[in-house]
Design a protein around this ligand. Sequence first.
Ligand code: TYC
Length: 100
Amino acid sequence: MATKQENLSLLERGKTKPPKLYKVRLLNDDYTTMEFVIEVLQTFFSMGTEQAMQVMLKVHNEGSAICGVYSKDIAETKVNQVIGYAIQHGHPLKCHMEEN
Ligand code: TYC
């Protein structure tokens, strides 16, 4: 952990590192309905009907797809929201995050 003084001097020298970004990836399965996946993409990833349909079909046809790229906290929240919502509705939908 850097001290306040060390942080300040890094800032002054323009040497601060940008925060890491994480991809949130949705995974295919044989049981979750297409309609539910579209609802998830619209609800948690702010996609319109058209884009949600395209991403859902990409997951269905290719096994997985990226839904978005976020800071660590936001990516963790998205993953937890998707998995929690899927469990509530009895779907085995899986989602994870990976370093960008
Ligand atoms: N493969 C599922 C079906 O045929 C649909 C599906 C799409 C499931 C995307 C999960 O992340 C997913 N009902």
